[in-house]
Design a protein around this ligand. Structure first.
Ligand code: MN
Length: 252
């Protein structure tokens, strides 16, 4: 396959490099277009008022294009301009940190995959439930093994697949489960500290409340050590509320 590989942790990130090696070794043609700097939690932002610069990262065992923008920028620029022909698949990751539940909205990793799907290219987002992974070669090999078995032609347009690995080594992970995402929102708080000039600054912390995590969905299964695969479709329509509003506003 021709694969556009991107991420939100930046072109130097461990997870992207691991996927590059595994996918290349599996015989795929891997085209890397990834942010030069870390873009975690930028969501689906696109750059509208700054130029995008592209820089080659040419190394003995790696070649990729680094973009001075967001993950969605990378996919847009890659698909419209930098690649000679459309790839068969967009792969985004492997992200350091799980992307489950509402993370999907904040995640640059998932948004890059979504951008691929919006541009009619099948897409896979990949994350690991570990903010400081030291070796993702096992997870990358697992991805390379999984990709050929996915019925990509039958995945509807504007649907992406969101794969999450548990924090343990892949050899110790539970079986793959296909499951929905949790709908629980984060409980957020900000740590207040003082900068060197004595002025306060704020740093976001948050957790998906463990007591509200529903069983059978991605967050719970991931915590139990499963590898989770969740199809996500871009469709924010709410038919029930649409019908309700039409009725209440007398617009039937
Ligand atoms: Mn990230």
């Amino acid at each position: 396959m021709d694969i556009l590989l991107t991420n939100d942790d930046g072109i130097q990130a461990l997870g992207l490099r691991a996927l590059y090696r595994a996918l290349t070794r599996a015989g795929h043609r891997v085209h890397v277009v990834a942010p030069v700097t870390e873009q975690s939690a930028v969501g689906h932002a696109v750059t509208m008022s700054l130029p995008l610069r592209v820089r080659e990262f040419s190394e003995s065992d790696f070649f990729g294009l680094g973009v001075s923008g967001t993950p969605a920028d990378c996919v847009k620029l890659g698909l419209t301009t930098l690649l000679d022909q459309p790839p068969d698949l967009v792969v985004s990751g492997i992200n350091s940190g799980a992307n489950v539940g509402v993370d999907i909205l904040y995640s640059g990793t998932v948004s890059a995959a979504t951008e691929g799907a919006l541009m009619s290219v099948p897409a896979l987002a990949v994350s690991v439930d570990d903010f400081k992974p030291r070796d993702l070669s096992g997870q990358a090999e697992y991805c390379a093994g999984l990709i050929p078995g996915i019925p990509w032609a039958e995945v509807p347009e504007k649907t992406i697949l969101n794969l999450n690995f548990p924090s343990c080594p892949v050899a110790q992970a539970g079986p793959l489960v296909v499951c929905p995402h949790t709908r629980v929102s984060y409980r957020d708080w900000y740590v207040e500290r003082l900068d060197p000039r004595g002025n306060p600054y704020y740093w976001l912390e948050g957790v998906i409340p463990p007591d509200r995590i529903s069983p059978g969905k991605d967050r719970a299964l991931l915590s139990q050590g499963h590898v989770t695969l969740t199809p996500l479709r871009f469709d924010f329509n709410d038919q029930a509320t649409l019908d309700l509003l039409r009725a209440r506003l007398g617009l039937d």
